[in-house]
Structures are given as C-alpha cells and as structure tokens.
Design a protein around this ligand. Sequence first.
Ligand SMILES: C[S@@+](CC[C@H](N)C(=O)[O-])C[C@H]1O[C@@H](n2cnc3c(N)ncnc32)[C@H](O)[C@@H]1O
Length: 274
Amino acid sequence: MAAEEVAPPGVDISTPSIARVYDYMVGGKDNFEVDRMVAQRALEIVPDGLEAGRACRALLRRAVRYLAAEAGIRQFLDIGSGLPTETNVHQVAHGVDPAARVVYVDNDPSVLVHGHALLAGDGTTALIEADIRSPETILEHPVVREKLDFTQPIGLLLFSVLHHLNDGEDPGGIAATLRDALPPGSHLAIMHFWDPAEEHPETSARVRESERVFNESLGTGRWRRRAEIEAFLGDFELIEPGLVPLAEWRPDGEAVAEQKETYYTMLAGVARKR
Ligand SMILES: C[S@@+](CC[C@H](N)C(=O)[O-])C[C@H]1O[C@@H](n2cnc3c(N)ncnc32)[C@H](O)[C@@H]1O
C-alpha cells in the first residue's frame, strides 16, 4: 500500500473492492493501490479493459436516455450503482426531465462515502446502503418507498451487478423478486459479463481466465451464457436490438470505445414488463 494513501472512515483499503476496481477501470480517482493491483491483473488478460469501462458507462448513458426519453420512465432504481463518476444516472435522466427520481443502491461503504456527488440536492435523488442479496430489504426500504411510486412504471437498472453474485446466491430468484415488485410498463435494463462459448468459442478461454483472476482477487465475477443472462429478464419483452454486445445497443453516434479482447464478453439489453 502506498504510504500516502489514507482510508476514509469506514472504508477498508486492506482488501480490494469491486466498486473501487471498477472506478479505476472507468477512469475514476476513488481507488487505492490494492484495487489498482487487481485492475492491473485483469488488464494483463484483457488489455482493452479501460476501453471496456468506457463502453460500460456509454451503454449506461444510452440506456437511461432511452428509458427516459423514449419509454417515458420517470423513476429509476439503480442497484449496484457504483462510485460517482463523470455522468451519473440522475444527470442523464434529468437531461430529459429534471423531476425524474433516482434511488441509488450499493453495498460498498466507499460508495456511501463519496455518494454526495450522486445526490442532486433537490430531493429527486437518494442513495441507500443495501445488498441486492436481500431484495425485499431494498423494496421495503423507506427511502425507496418515499422516492418511488410503485403504481407507476419504474426503470430497474441492474448494470454489472448480477455478475457479482455467484450461482449459489440465487441471482435468478433475486431478479425475479425485483421484477415481480414492478408495475406494468416498467423496464429492466441489464449489463452482464458474458461467456460467448457457443457464438465465439475463441473468446471463451480468455473469459475463463478473467473469471479465475476475479475470483482469486475479489471473490466474485461470473461470466454467464446468453441463456442464463436472458433468464434474468423473465417474461419481460426484450426491446430491439435485444441482448447484444455493448457497442451494438442503440449506438447514438458518440465515439465508440475500441473494445477488442472484451467485445464479446459483455451483453446488454432492456426489457419491458407487459
Ligand atoms: C462493476 S460496478 C457497476 C457500477 C455501475 N452500475 C455501472 O454499471 O457503471 C458493480 C457495483 O455493484 C456493487 N455491488 C456488488 N455486489 C453487490 C451487492 N451484493 N449488493 C449491492 N451492490 C453490490 C459494487 O459495490 C459496485 O459498486
């Protein structure tokens, strides 16, 4: 650990955190030596990892803009929201409607420490510390109930969070509990590590290696098959173009991140509850 690094109160910098490793990957500053070491190991396997980080955030912006501008969504539940970064969900949503409401949820204390940057200061946004493995706690949380009206469509954002649950933690059941709580017209947007074994077998070996490194260093990280990821959407109707590599989901003309090694290692999609 570098001598100058000081942990904010309540933040453990002796072990790496998913939120802070990702923060490094998307060009943030709220990470520590222990996190950068994990990121460097990942970058040895996927040299375009920083481009992948850019692609993730660009996808998030496009999906939230689609939900607000085209699907008419005015309230968002963003679980596994991550550390504040350049453009956050509420800023994208407020670009369409300044009254749009967003509740951010994360279980990493680092996110709470830096979370003030996630709050618009006008009562439209809130941040709670909670764990997706207890979806009922999130759904019943007083802040969630205060900010979000469960009789009106909600945009549920599960961006790069379900792949941090291992199979024994029942990610399918958790996704179903969350979906079931939403009223018709709600949307689920998802981004997930993908093992493209059937479609791009040449990429699968690298994916297995990434999974090994993530699990050794972070204790988490599952690259799932397309059918497993699609199952998280339940009977929601997939919006065009379906579940696709990040760059292919409704490109908007913004410069596309140059993903090479990681192009076929993540899928994103949006689906609507009938
Ligand atoms: C890879 S980051 C994704 C951040 C953001 N959603 C994005 O796509 O840019 C994953 C986030 O999920 C959070 N996370 C991981 N496991 C979680 C859990 N069990 N409950 C809530 N959040 C979790 C991590 O702390 C981290 O901030």
